[in-house]
Design a protein around this ligand. Structure first.
Ligand code: HEM
Length: 427
């Protein structure tokens, strides 16, 4: 495989969202122009009342004017399920985020494909994170988690995001790809570059994004070329290079699927790791429950995933004219399933705005999606988080959050960029 592709972006969209949105009262806004897809709302964690109003007054809502084009918002649990489980009407093509692919730099990936191609490609890599794969991974995950935690300084301020969440998820990704271990932070960088808004700290321009992603492709192409001629193994690259539905992929499709596996396994789990520390610190009563009964760890993990919802939404595109709650959605319209809002829907969850680690129906959240695209790595993510907390509780009495966290500027990735903490060792 070779990597000859164009790196000059044809179309550049300026990020010009209004930061003062966080000072506005959603109940004073006109529903005709109401726009929840503003990254500043999510950065300030101020989206709550904006979505509550939509769930109550306009659960299937059309926003006519957004920098990435008009879109529908689906905000209730039941309606999100209906859309997510109906790929015949709501397609995952051409994209699962609000931004349409650029004509000369389309990255096909199976999350943004419909059957049958989606199903064939997913099958190629699925077994790496299936039950047998997870059994093999658990001891390794535990060993690496212990290693990271044992090296942390106690009693002084550290950034949990960089020292633990990023380090652990990057090590896991390096394992899944059998990626050169010493270069593993490149994976973090490519994940960040993929989801960054140009001019906001990580990359300066779309052109830079393309250049860095082409470097990513070049690096992985070398690994592919090594593995395609070797015996098939259980890492993602070898599986893609030998899989009948993936071995003929063109370079951009290889890059697309790499990006999917890198971002899918990185930002999401990373941000849940940070969220678990943040929420347990903010909710001492819930932390006391966990200390009294550590068998609640798996339930706490699921509640953290619901509460955080690390991917705030997925997009679908209507294939045909259709109707939902009396609203007429036209073929070609963008339909945004706001998982974050579905996970706060008071019609489905009891006291949805509260963090309750032993709540009923704790795994029924929407944060992994539903239907044929339901997160492929969901059991792996839960395993990583469970092991992390089992190892934390052996070592520390408390992880104290000592400053305000910094949150991501994004309507897609709901995450933390910094979380200052002090570790208190077990006495
Ligand atoms: C807490 C952690 C995670 C969250 C919240 C999460 C969330 C999601 C969501 C919302 C989807 C789309 C579902 C839909 O459209 O119905 C998805 C798909 C996917 N996730 Fe995850 N994810 C997580 C961890 C992981 C991990 C660790 C991997 C590891 C490889 C992974 C790989 C994928 C892949 C490959 C897909 C595409 C599945 C398909 O299209 O069939 N995810 N994830």
């Amino acid at each position: 495989m070779t990597t000859a592709i164009n790196t000059k972006p044809a179309q550049v969209i300026e990020f010009d969202q209004d930061p003062t949105v966080v000072d506005r009262d959603p109940y004073q806004e006109d529903l005709a122009t109401y726009d929840v897809a503003n990254a500043y709302l999510f950065k300030a964690d101020a989206q709550g009342p904006w979505f509550k109003r939509l769930r109550d007054e306009a659960p299937v809502h059309f926003c006519p004017d957004h920098l990435l084009g008009p879109y529908w918002s689906i905000t209730r649990y039941e309606d999100i399920m209906a859309v997510d489980t109906n790929p015949e009407v709501f397609s995952s093509e051409p994209a699962i985020t609000m931004r349409d692919p650029e004509e000369d730099f389309t990255l096909p990936m199976f999350i943004a494909m419909d059957p049958p191609k989606h199903d064939d490609q997913r099958k190629v890599v699925n077994s790496a994170v299936g039950p047998a794969g997870l059994k093999t991974f658990e001891p390794l995950i535990r060993e690496r988690t212990a290693d990271v935690l044992d090296k942390l300084p106690v009693g002084e301020e550290i950034d949990w995001v960089d020292n633990v969440s990023i380090e652990l998820t990057t090590r896991m990704l390096a394992t899944l790809f059998d990626f050169p271990y010493e270069d593993r932070r490149k994976l973090t960088r490519w994940s960040d570059v993929t989801t960054a808004i140009p001019g906001q700290g990580i990359i300066e321009s779309e052109e830079q994004r393309r250049e860095e992603l082409v470097e990513c492709l070049q690096y992985f192409t070398n690994l592919w070329n090594e593995r395609v001629n070797a015996e098939p193994r259980n890492d993602f690259i070898s599986m893609l290079a030998h899989g009948s539905a993936t071995k003929e992929m063109q370079p951009l499709e290889f890059l697309g699927n790499l990006i999917l596996l890198i971002v899918g396994g990185n930002d999401t789990t990373r941000n849940t790791m940070s969220a678990s520390v943040f929420e347990l610190d903010r909710h001492p009563g819930e932390y006391a429950k966990l200390l009294a009964d550590p068998s609640l760890i798996p339930s706490m993990v699921s509640e953290t995933i619901r509460f955080q919802t690390p991917l705030a939404h997925m997009r679908r595109t209507a294939r045909v004219d259709t109707e939902l709650r009396g609203q007429k959605i036209k073929a070609g319209d963008k339909v945004i399933m706001w998982y974050w809002s579905g996970n706060r829907d008071e019609r489905f969850f009891d006291r949805p705005d509260e963090y309750i680690i032993d709540r009923d129906k704790v795994r029924s959240h929407l944060a992994f999606g539903f239907g044929i695209h339901r997160c492929m790595g969901n059991r792996l993510a839960e395993l990583q988080l469970r092991v992390l907390w089992e190892e934390i509780m052996k070592r520390f009495d408390r992880i104290e959050v000592v400053g305000e966290p910094e949150r991501s500027l994004s309507v897609f990735v709901r995450g933390f960029t910094a979380l200052p903490v002090i570790l208190h060792p077990k006495t």
